[in-house]
Design a protein around this ligand. Structure first.
Ligand code: HDE
Length: 688
């Protein structure tokens, strides 16, 4: 479009004489006036005959499509998958054959419970769905950032989702599980206990989509060219390392920037800092499956990496933001049944149910069966079939043949190909028809306990606090106590910490387990976030709070050192116009202090002039900036002029080791310290 020009009277004028840039109706008719509807006289009634106005408003009226029933709020990005280790001995999938080959991808991250307009940092599971446009069709790996699920059988999914979403009578609470309905359902469904351990951990409040793992959750099959099958679990391991925020921070981020996660992804990709994940596979056979303590078809269980190591076979790089959010992120349709030759399903009852659900829900959401014609969903390999017609059909067979077999020879269209075509693994299946849950799915507590003992003390404290917070939002004591009775089967320390947080003095009886838990499963380091953090500050953000008169040399040294680390620096100042540094240079601000609270940053540095430092010590937004950074155990770089402010919030006079005096000649030591991301000792101390 032409640049917006203002006319003499200040009215917008967007005129062009070029035919190419002439605005048209959807029917292609050039538009002469897009500012005024057609009226009978300047002040008269609008005429029904105004096809320009009616078409425009008609289309606007139909802009919305139904949001996803779950995972409504999401963010999609393009990328590619590069195979680094071919696995023809395991799978004949075309994507796994040639090392170094790149396959285009589209990945959509999401929260689960909240509506499309909800905030990003809800305590929730994150979806991590990737569509691989392989040369033999689309393969969708529709995973989450947590490797287990709440339920074992898809028939319970509507109940689970109803319980967590807004109550039907009142239409709230939105985007959260901290309420009676959710914990009522969960505490009546012991199979969910393991998953809630992950959900109450900091996994459910990731710092960024870039800093979380992804999991295919179910056991799938890999099948090679000889028809041999192995079981597989898929993992995404972020090269950026794992990182989460703390709960108090999450709550504040949601107010300060409800788009925190999507903005983070957009900004990183826009800046050329492309996030990467390694694709890992855990491969095992029937012998392992038979000897494993749990059922490999039970999606509420992991297979510990110590038992079956994760082998890395490729890398996903996300390198392009979408051109149009609706066309790509909203219209993309992932489906577990989109698999390719060489990958196959197992009898996991959750997976089998998903295979029905996705296609079904997408047909409604995208308006008919032809959503595979939408560019984001269309395969990038040749497609030939006899499917035709339906709403919005855009690819239809040419010629007379639209059935098969036919005798029209070359003109008769595509034919099946037993060598190249998908064949299901011929698993022997037999059994009586019955609605039942296998006994092998009955242990609900052992892996929850294993998760607990695998965490650092900081993480254990956060998990207990997570349960305490959520259960404290349950107004019915019976629900709180029922949940506590399950936690008693997980671990005494956890149950007692939560009981203390709730103020419960008479512990309930432990819930009666369907099967006695195994209490000697060993801890697994892979389950902890803090044991899998990054060794760099790359991809993170420093909030640099400046006042007028701030030391120019110091500011420049900080910016240089953090950029060299691969980190971002955001300038925060009392006014958005920025500050004048000690050498007279103007430094524009990225955020005014009220809009750039420290919760938006991974570490902060406060560089003020002496005069301004004294004034800002009494300024509420400045105090919040400093006191939150302190309470959230962030590393704080400071100079003497910031001391009055830091004193005002209790961070001084006794500076802890997470508070570093800034020295223009040695900023590197501040950068090195920030690689630790948080100074957890402070949190320990503040927690008493
Ligand atoms: Fe989904 N899930 N799900 N889910 N799921 C949907 O499909 C469903 C489950 C996951 O970014 C829906 O197109 C059932 C597990 C992701 O577009 C729906 C069951 C895992 C996304 C659906 C599950 C997931 C969805 C809603 C229990 C992790 C977002 C809109 C059997 C492995 C994909 C849609 C995107 C979306 C059904 C459980 C991941 C309703 C029935 C387990 C990442 O079809």
């Amino acid at each position: 479009m032409k640049e917006l020009e203002l006319g003499d009277g200040g009215e917008p004028r967007q005129q062009t004489t070029s035919r190419d840039r002439t605005m048209t109706t959807a029917q292609g008719g050039p538009i002469a006036d897009d500012q005024n509807s057609l009226k009978a006289g300047a002040r008269g009634p609008v005429l029904l005959e105004d096809h320009v106005m009616r078409e425009k408003i008609f289309h606007f009226d139909h802009e919305r499509i139904p949001e996803r029933v779950v995972h409504a709020r999401g963010y999609g990005v393009h990328g590619h998958f590069e195979l680094t280790k071919a696995i023809p001995e395991l799978s004949c999938a075309d994507i796994f054959q040639r090392e170094g080959e790149k396959t285009p991808t589209f990945t959509r991250f999401s929260t689960v419970a909240g509506n499309k307009g909800s905030f990003d940092l809800a305590r929730d599971v994150r979806g991590f769905a990737t569509k691989f446009y392989t040369q033999e069709g689309n393969w969708d790996l529709v995973g989450n950032n947590i490797p287990v699920f709440f339920i074992q059988d898809a028939i319970k999914f509507p109940d689970l989702v109803h319980s967590v979403k807004e109550a039907p009578d009142r239409g709230f609470p939105q985007a959260q599980s901290a309420h009676d309905n959710f914990w009522d359902f969960i505490s009546l469904s012991p199979e969910a206990v393991h998953m809630t351990m992950w959900q109450m951990s900091d996994r459910a409040i990731p710092r960024s989509f870039r800093f979380m793992e992804g999991f295919g959750v179910h056991t799938f099959r890999l099948v090679n060219a000889d028809g041999q099958s192995h079981y597989v679990k898929f993992h995404w391991k972020p090269r950026q390392g794992l990182q989460s925020v703390v709960w108090n921070e999450a709550v504040k981020i949601n107010g300060a920037d409800p788009d925190f996660h999507r903005r983070d992804m957009w900004d990183a990709i826009d800046a050329g800092d492309f996030p990467q994940w390694d694709l890992g596979i855990q491969v095992f056979d029937d012998d392992f499956a038979d000897s494993f303590e749990f059922d490999i078809l039970d999606a509420t269980k992991i297979i510990p990496e110590e038992q079956v190591p994760v082998q890395i076979i490729g890398t996903l790089t996300l390198d392009a933001n979408v051109d149009n959010f609706f066309a790509e992120t909203e219209q993309v349709a992932f489906c577990t049944q989109n698999i390719v030759r060489g990958i196959d399903h197992t009898n996991d009852p959750l997976l089998q149910g998903r295979n029905f659900s996705y296609l079904d829900t997408q047909t409604k959401r995208l308006g008919g069966p032809n959503f595979t014609h939408i560019p984001i969903n269309a395969p990038k390999c040749p497609i030939h079939h006899f499917q035709q017609d339906g709403h919005m059909a855009m690819m239809n067979p040419k010629g007379r043949a639209n059935y098969e077999p036919n005798s029209w020879g070359e003109d008769g269209g595509p034919r099946e190909n037993p060598q190249l075509g998908f064949t299901s693994y011929p698993e022997q299946v037999e059994g009586r028809k019955q609605r039942t849950r296998s006994e092998t799915f009955a242990d609900h507590y052992s892996q929850a306990r294993q998760f607990w003992i695998s965490q650092t003390p900081v993480e254990q404290r956060h998990i207990a606090a997570g349960y305490t917070f959520e259960l404290s939002k349950c107004q019915h004591e019976k629900i709180r106590l029922r949940m506590l009775s399950h936690l008693m089967n997980v671990h005494d320390d956890l149950a007692h910490a939560v009981a203390k947080g709730l103020g419960v003095t008479d512990m309930p009886k432990p819930a009666k387990p369907a099967r006695e838990p195994i209490t000697d499963l060993p801890p697994s380091d892979a389950l902890s976030i803090l044991k899998n953090g990054p060794d760099s500050f790359a991809g993170r953000k420093l909030g640099l709070y400046l006042s007028d008169g701030a030391d120019a040399a110091l500011v420049s040294a900080i910016e240089k050192a953090f950029k060299a680390e691969g980190a971002m620096v955001a300038i925060v100042a009392p006014h958005i116009q920025g500050v004048t540094l000690s050498d007279g240079t103007r430094k524009p601000a990225d955020e005014k202090i009220d809009g750039g609270p420290s919760v938006l940053f991974d570490a902060v540095a406060i560089v003020l002039s002496e005069d301004e430092g004294r004034k800002l010590a009494g300024d509420k937004p400045s105090q919040d900036f400093a006191s939150d950074a302190f309470a959230h155990a962030k590393f704080i770089g400071w100079t003497d002029a910031a001391a009055p402010l830091l004193k005002a919030v209790g961070a001084l006079p006794d500076a802890d080791d997470g508070m570093l005096k800034l020295d223009a000649d040695d900023i590197d030591s501040f950068v090195r310290t920030c690689r630790g991301l948080r100074f957890w000792e402070r949190e320990d101390r503040l927690a008493g």
